[in-house]
Design a protein around this ligand. Structure first.
Ligand code: NAD
Length: 469
């Protein structure tokens, strides 16, 4: 079986795969019309946008996928479990060794032993019961995310999935439809939205430091060649397999998520269209060819994902976003984090801030480190100020942002608050990846990004991240 075809309810067998298969013979209008029809048939109505569920004083968590990320998220739950805000009631992985490792890890801070679901590819389904858990935390390979999130909601659980939550338009639409029908939360665990620097920029934008924000550049540039090739890192080399079958931006959200907060996307503005181009492929296949393993050397000829994908996105308010993806090339990690406004600009990696004082001659210099530090102090995001001490005292995960993300998710569920991100955010950010593949397959043609909110995005509001607790 082609493992990539099993994603979500409809997977790659629907309108997207038939479109993508016609590479070079593009009809973007037919994909747009087909998506609009699917959205109409699904009857999307925006009813999960401001969702608040009944408070859950102690959130029972079922954790799916106990690999690199699963282990790390278990660490993020340590304090929340010890404080009585959450309990890990079930764990599932196809690999029994990883289940055993997770059990021992959880045993260091939780007295109750979680129920175990392992031994078969579909063992996880038994854990998707409201008898077992309130929340499904999904940390499996991408092809399982939508399928597991849908099952969770259908069985009465809230769902929080690792990124991306979907990689076909059908799955994005189905996730929204199901969240609306079941009135369950369904979010993507986009941790970069909670990074200190991104929250600081968000706060400066909200306080008017940037004036009118017009443009952003963001990315996921991370050399993953060795990790994708290493047989012990990603289970069964699942990540490498995606690069043998798909070409486009396969990992949109670490860059795009924070920019969507900066631009108040779905809260007064929305993403409307994109065009996407992939460079030729070289770095991953050269790395595969350089191994001693004949099977890997044979794979070198199968890589279809270009080394550098560049996607340009337009918004309803006329703003532009340049989004890049490259996990093949050897270069330092970078998410770019560039924002340009009428009064200021920021470039990331390393962080540089420019404040425009009109047509003066300091136009060629960033702020000094000392001057930027003053802006950092003055505009620290209130969420970070509140949680900094806790984040520093506990296992941090990516400099603290993973802890802050998990804290927000669990505490909002405890108190019955709406979550910082909703199913529409996750579905939209994921949809950009799917449409980038369609655009690449159609010689970089323009793709319309559909509205999944039934027009609710027009309601002007600031992005709500961390404003409540
Ligand atoms: N947000 C972040 O910063 C971040 C960081 C790393 C990974 N991730 C995401 O986390 C997810 C997992 O990545 P990873 O690096 O942990 O990969 P991994 O291979 O280490 O872990 C995936 C785990 O899922 C298990 N699994 C596979 N199929 C399963 C099934 N049917 N039922 C139960 N378990 C199953 C595997 O055995 C494996 O242990 C991916 O979506 C990845 O993109 C996010």
């Amino acid at each position: 079986m082609d493992f990539l075809r099993m994603s979500g309810l409809l997977g790659m067998s629907g309108l997207f795969s038939s479109f993508a298969a016609r590479s070079g013979n593009a009809e973007p209008e037919s994909l747009d019309a087909a998506m609009k029809e699917k959205i109409k048939v699904a009857g999307l109505n925006g009813s999960a946008f401001h969702l608040k569920a009944a408070p859950i004083p102690k959130v029972r968590i079922a954790l799916f996928g106990l690999g690199n990320r699963g282990q790390s998220l278990i660490d993020m739950l340590n304090w929340l479990v010890q404080e009585g805000h959450a309990e890990i009631t079930a764990i599932s992985d196809i690999n029994p060794k990883k289940v055993q490792r997770a059990k021992e890890q959880i045993g260091t801070f939780q007295r109750v032993v979680p129920a175990v679901f392992t031994g078969a590819e579909n063992a996880w389904e038994q854990a998707m019961s409201s008898e077992v858990a309130d929340l499904a935390l999904i940390c499996t390979p991408w092809e399982w995310h939508a399928k597991m999130a849908l099952k969770a909601m259908e069985n009465g659980l809230h769902a929080a999935s690792e990124v991306p939550i979907a990689y076909t338009p059908e799955d994005s639409i189905e996730l929204v439809r199901t969240a609306e029908a079941t009135q369950r939360h369904c979010i993507m665990l986009e941790n970069c939205c909670y990074n200190r620097e991104e929250l600081w920029i968000l706060n400066m934008i909200e306080e008017g430091v940037f004036g009118t924000v017009t443009h952003a550049e963001c990315a996921y540039l991370h050399d993953l060649r060795q990790l994708m090739i290493d047989p012990t890192y990603y289970e069964d080399r699942w990540r490498l397999k995606h690069h043998l079958q798909r070409n486009g931006n396969l990992y949109t959200t670490h860059g795009l998520g924070p920019v969507c907060m900066y631009f108040d996307i779905l809260r007064g503005d929305t993403l409307t269209h994109l065009t996407s181009m992939s460079s030729k492929e070289a770095a991953l296949s050269e790395a595969l060819s350089a191994t001693d393993d004949p099977a890997l050397r044979a794979m070198a000829k199968e890589v279809v994902c270009g080394d550098v994908n560049t996607t340009l996105i337009g918004t309803a308010k006329g703003r532009s976003i340049m989004l890049q993806f490259d996990v093949h090339s050897g270069r330092p990690y970078n998410r770019l984090d560039k924002v340009v406004g009428s009064k200021a600009a920021h470039y990331g990696y390393p962080s540089r801030l420019y404040i425009d004082h009109g047509a003066s001659w300091d136009g060629h210099r960033w702020l000094s480190d000392e001057a930027e530090a003053e802006y950092r102090d003055r505009y620290e995001h209130p969420l970070w100020s509140r949680l900094q001490k806790l984040a520093e005292e506990h296992p941090q995960g990516h400099g603290g942002m993973d802890f802050v993300m998990m804290y927000r998710l669990i505490r909002c569920l405890n108190l019955g608050e709406s979550l910082d991100m909703n199913v529409y955010d996750g579905a939209l950010w994921s949809m950009v990846g799917a449409l980038s593949e369609a655009s690449v397959a159609a010689d970089a043609q323009r793709m319309v990004i559909p509205d999944l909110t039934a027009g609710l995005w027009k309601q002007a509001a600031k992005h709500p991240v961390g404003r409540s607790l």
